[in-house]
Design a protein around this ligand. Structure first.
Ligand code: CU1
Length: 129
């Protein structure tokens, strides 16, 4: 009777040993999707939405907006701060439902419509790697 319980202990230990595959699967699903501005979307005054959130490399930002009124332009930190920027076509998004993956250490986005950046349509995102 005593030897039976010792055998079942051994079985539990050996089945717990196969965990490396489970760890690898967990790291694949940790990228988050963020809806910029939540219910308000990408809009005037959205600046500050990013505060207090932890963004990681590989996360995706989703920009929802009316493409007749707004767009999304990736800019440098200086351009973000000054709201003076040159629109680089390769960094411009205008589908109204843009999905942009975060890479690197910092990302800044503004709306290119005149006056909108000055009215808080901009975000500045520190990215953790
Ligand atoms: Cu705008």
């Amino acid at each position: 009777m005593v030897s039976t319980s010792a055998d079942s202990y051994h079985a539990v230990f050996s089945s717990a040993a196969g965990s490396p595959a489970a760890d690898a699967a967990a790291s694949l699903v940790c990228a988050k999707e963020w809806i910029v501005g939540d219910d308000k979307g990408w809009s005037l005054g959205v600046s500050g939405w990013e505060k207090g959130k932890n963004f990681s490399s590989g996360d995706v930002l989703v920009f929802n907006y009316d493409p007749k009124m707004h767009n999304v332009l990736e800019v440098s930190t200086g351009e973000y701060e000054s709201c003076k920027f040159i629109g680089v076509p390769s960094r411009r998004y205008n589908s109204g439902h843009d999905r942009i993956q975060l890479l690197g250490t910092l990302a800044s986005y503004v709306c290119e419509t005149p006056g909108h950046c000055d009215r808080g349509m901009k975000i500045h995102i520190p990215i953790q790697n």
